[in-house]
Design a protein around this ligand. Structure first.
Ligand SMILES: Cc1cc2nc3c(=O)[nH]c(=O)nc-3n(C[C@H](O)[C@H](O)[C@H](O)COP(=O)(O)OP(=O)(O)OC[C@H]3O[C@@H](n4cnc5c(N)ncnc54)[C@H](O)[C@@H]3O)c2cc1C
Length: 248
């Protein structure tokens, strides 16, 4: 059985991001990049699934040369094979999903893991699109997973509770924090990963249907005002909350 995991290479959320001069993109030079945090749960679950069922794990990433760093991390954690669908152009989610689906179909993976969302554009849609394109079953935001033969029982996080669902292979699963504790790459794993070849492929181009018109920073927060340091400031504070902020 082939188990695929799709992983994205994203700007570190702790890094300061700057917008390109045309206002439509993110400045990539100098920015720190990491494996998309939700994809680490997907990698770990792919490894656990192989440990339980056997088979082969394959990590796939679509993007530029830099995505190899993320694929290398997956290999160091224990993934068997890594494929880079090399494309330096920014694609919309559907175009990403179409290219990933082509590759998943080609390698014949029947269990496919995704993170629940990618922390760059946060669309939370690529996994579901791939499931639809491949006509696979799909379970999203999974926090517990039990694969038994062809049968899959999963627990999903929903507003104010949990939902237990059942389905069968072939399946796309998107992973949520809490599903597992991603392992650290061992020194042996890191050394072995350095020697492994990352397979590079040219994905088919697909039309983008969504275009970024403009990226904007959130409005600067105004500095706070100190009205006083004792109880005498309370009447003015209440007046301002009522008349200016209009919150009481
Ligand atoms: C600075 C910057 C540079 C970019 N450069 C490129 C580029 O060179 N080439 C390019 O094609 N796109 C590029 N993109 C687009 C990027 O790949 C987006 O992440 C992609 O469009 C999906 O975003 P999303 O929010 O729709 O993903 P979501 O739907 O939120 O992602 C859900 C899950 O889908 C999977 N996934 C998402 N994107 C990928 C991917 N690219 N590869 C493998 N799995 C994925 C992951 O498992 C992820 O957890 C760039 C984006 C930014 C911000």
């Amino acid at each position: 059985m082939k188990i695929a995991v799709c992983i994205n290479h994203v700007p570190d959320t702790a890094a300061k991001i700057s917008i390109t001069s045309d206002g439509k993109g993110v400045e990539t030079s100098g920015a720190a990049y990491v494996v998309n945090p939700y994809d680490e749960f997907a990698i770990e679950e792919a490894l656990r699934t192989k440990e339980k069922l056997g088979g082969e794990t394959i990590a796939i990433s679509l993007g530029g040369e830099a995505n190899k760093e993320t694929l290398r991390k997956a290999l160091a954690m224990g993934i068997d094979e890594a494929i880079l669908l090399k494309d330096e152009n920014v694609r919309d989610s559907l175009s990403v999903a179409k290219a990933l689906s082509d590759e998943i179909k080609l390698i014949g993976a029947e269990i496919v893991f995704f993170g629940k969302q990618s922390v760059d554009y946060d669309n939370s849609i690529v996994g579901q699109l791939v499931a639809e394109l491949l006509n696979y079953n799909s379970i999203t935001t999974v926090v517990k997973l039990n694969i038994n033969g062809n049968n899959i029982v999963a627990e999903r996080e929903i507003e104010g509770g949990k939902e237990i669902v059942e389905t069968s292979i072939p399946v796309v699963i998107t992973t949520q924090k809490g599903l597992n504790e991603p392992r650290y790459a061992s020194l042996k794993g890191i050394m072995a990963a350095k020697k492994k070849t990352i397979i590079e492929k040219q994905p088919k181009s697909y039309q983008n249907y969504v275009e970024i018109i403009e990226l904007k920073r959130p409005a600067q927060k105004q500095a706070g005002r100190i009205l006083g340091t004792d109880a005498s400031a309370v009447p003015e504070l209440v007046r301002l909350l009522r008349e200016e902020a209009k919150v009481i």
